[in-house]
Write a protein that binds this ligand. Structure first.
Ligand code: SIN
Length: 290
């Protein structure tokens, strides 16, 4: 049990993940409770609430406690809820690529990537369908000082072209029930520091991910690949991972500034339905050390 005012917290893994008891996410939260939830999120990367009964409006209201909602540019939203998408995986889609099924950090192709993502399980498989996050603060801290200093000087270019571009992973519209519509909106390259500072804790974060971090600035993709591959493989070491087993009514809110994540594709024959909203973020920066 960790110490927070207003609710109970149990950590789910050594790397983080805070399961929180005693909060009903369908109701407005007091500012001091929100401040403590924000602290738990920044410290432990993901917060989880079990057994919630939420309408889309209530989920959006919960997420808005942490900031204005952002829209995902290339995915058709849930009817009547422009800021929400419904991730549906049908039993017969078993062999196909699942949404979120590659290690990534949400929307790092944006100039101001989202602060967080709030995901709610409406239907979850009897077995499988977990989500796994990496703690990119731990991943940074485990690198050698010389590597840390070198990476602090580098900028990484991010783009959605490998996933949602004309030849991208999702170009064949494998995920018909998701109604993904590739567009030009997210295909430009955006520079972000390779190491960013967490604005709330001041900790350093290794800010790369498999899907959107495509090369180092002023280098080709081929030149960048060996080091980016190393950094991504390093990030996925088991001791940096947080794994969550969903049940119907589970709610997760994760910190996109300090994590990568993947939706595990291991539940053939089962339906999985998740409602997802994202919270606006700001421009990543690296704080100069004196
Ligand atoms: C996502 O990558 O946003 C979705 C993760 C999941 O469905 O578990």
């Amino acid at each position: 049990m960790d110490r927070y005012r207003g609710f109970e917290v149990n950590l789910v893994c050594g790397a983080g993940g805070a399961e929180i008891g005693g909060i009903d996410a369908s109701r407005p939260l007091a500012p001091e409770v929100v401040a403590e939830l924000r602290r738990a999120l920044a410290e432990h990367c993901v917060i989880f609430l079990r057994d919630q009964v939420l309408t889309p409006e209530q989920q959006k209201a919960f997420a808005r406690h942490f900031g204005p909602l952002a829209r995902t540019p290339f995915i058709k939203p849930l009817d009547g809820h422009p800021e929400m998408m419904r991730i549906v995986r049908e039993p017969q889609e078993a062999k196909k690529l699942n949404f979120g099924g590659r290690w990534h950090t949400d929307m790092t192709f944006s100039p101001e990537p989202v602060l967080g993502t709030c995901l709610y399980a409406r239907e979850s498989p009897a077995v499988g369908g977990d989500t796994i996050w990496t703690n990119q603060m731990l991943a940074f801290e485990a690198l050698s000082p010389a590597m840390q200093r070198m990476l602090e000087k580098l900028t990484v270019m991010h783009s959605a072209k490998r996933s949602y571009g004309p030849q991208g992973t999702y170009a064949d519209d494998d995920l018909k029930s998701m109604r993904i519509q590739a567009s030009d909106a997210a295909l430009k390259e955006q520079p972000h520091p390779c190491i960013r500072t967490h604005p709330e804790t001041g900790r350093s974060i290794l800010y790369v991910n498999w899907v959107y971090a495509i090369r180092f600035q002023d280098m080709t993709e081929a030149e960048s690949a060996p080091l980016l591959d190393f950094l991504n493989r390093h990030s996925q070491r088991p001791e940096f991972q947080i794994r969550f087993r969903w049940r119907q009514g589970s709610l997760a809110l994760w910190d996109n500034r300090s994590t990568q994540h993947i939706a595990v594709n291991d539940y053939p024959g089962y339906r999985r339905v998740m409602d997802r909203v994202t919270i606006s973020g700001d421009k990543p920066y690296l704080k100069e050390t004196p």
